[in-house]
Design a protein around this ligand. Structure first.
Ligand SMILES: [Fe+2]
Length: 337
């Protein structure tokens, strides 16, 4: 498909990715991983819920865990975006209904007016404009811990239908900043989409889906990303590292990935860049160009590409594009010969 013209005439204003709601079998273990390890702040914890946020976030949470008793890997219950005002939410409600989509207002803890939809590739999505506020720890430097994570920057979702996801979010006013496509064609394999002023709020990439691949927290220094790994190791959490340090070509991020006790993947990273100007053209990466995933460093292990969290009750469909990635296992096999 040809690239789409950005939609600059939205009747409502989505401002950024806001939060993600995930399941946890053991809230204490989850708390240890995120609070003691990665350094997030706990703002609420009872027998049913655990709310966490990063250093610069004034709202109550960017990660909310809900306790479950069933075995098996964790699931994602919803992904949340902010709109600018409640009036935006009301205009969005009408806009979705005019297009035949179900959209309903729901009550959620810590959030103001909240609108819920399911996007065209099956992802449960909620929008709110307000959330309970508390003074954050930005100027409490003695309390900055772990990877010194400052805000939830983006999420990545695997989908069987990239084109539908791209078209829908483009209609909602998201701008394409970078993308991958099959060599020699415009067959889009992954789209980096943003509302705020950097490279992405959400990534949709080809894969069995819909599934949540990862959530990603920004920190301002490479040293913080590395120090976070040292802290995780000193707490006995070294084996939770899911992908070793490296730098993505796409987005320019220096990264480390971990898996929490329920298998949810979290990226700690730094060094995205601004995308603001209307004439800032999207960057294309051929699928064969391995620099898109790592400018340097080893390829990701197979499980990084294959494993992700299902959305509660949403069936997973096989990918529509056949594009097997080059994995760490493939790379090492060639390296040893
Ligand atoms: Fe990411």
């Amino acid at each position: 498909m040809a690239l789409l013209q950005p939609n600059t005439e939205m009747p409502f204003n989505i401002t950024r990715i806001s939060h993600v709601v995930l399941t946890s079998r053991d809230l204490d273990a989850t708390r240890y991983f995120y609070e003691s390890g990665l350094g997030l702040e706990v703002t609420f914890h009872d027998s049913e819920r655990l709310a966490l946020r990063a250093i610069e976030e004034p709202g109550m949470f960017s990660l909310l865990f809900e306790k479950v008793t069933d075995d098996g890997p964790g699931t994602c219950r919803t992904v949340g975006y902010r709109m600018y005002t409640d009036d935006d939410l009301k205009r969005a409600h009408d806009w979705f209904h005019e297009r035949g989509m179900a959209a309903e207002f729901v009550v959620r803890p810590f959030q103001g007016l909240t609108l819920r939809i399911t996007d065209p590739v099956g992802v449960p999505v909620e929008f709110c404009a307000t959330m309970d506020q508390h003074t954050n720890r930005m100027r409490q430097f003695h309390a900055h811990a772990g990877g010194k994570l400052v805000y939830l920057d983006h999420i990545q979702i695997a989908t069987h239908d990239i084109e539908s996801a791209y078209a829908f979010y483009n209609d909602l006013g998201f701008r394409l900043t970078e993308y991958t496509a099959t060599d020699g064609t415009d067959q889009v394999w992954g789209v980096w989409l943003k509302r705020k002023n950097n490279t992405q709020d959400v990534v949709y990439a080809n894969g069995a889906g819909p599934r949540l691949h990862h959530v990603a927290y920004h920190t301002p220094e490479i040293a913080n990303v590395v120090h976070g790994a040292d802290v995780m190791a000193s707490l006995g959490l070294a084996e939770t590292m899911d992908r070793a340090p490296g730098r993505h070509g796409i987005g320019n991020a220096f990264f480390i990935y971990y898996r929490d006790p329920d298998g949810h993947r979290v990226e700690t990273f730094t060094s995205h860049y601004n995308v603001i100007d209307v004439d800032h053209e999207p960057t294309r990466w051929d699928l064969s160009d391995l620099r898109r995933s790592q400018l340097w460093g080893f390829p990701a292990p197979r499980k990084w590409f294959q494993e992700a969290a299902c959305f509660d009750g949403v069936p997973v469909q096989p990918p529509s594009l056949d594009a097997p990635p080059v994995t760490l296992e493939d790379f090492l096999e060639g390296w040893s010969q």
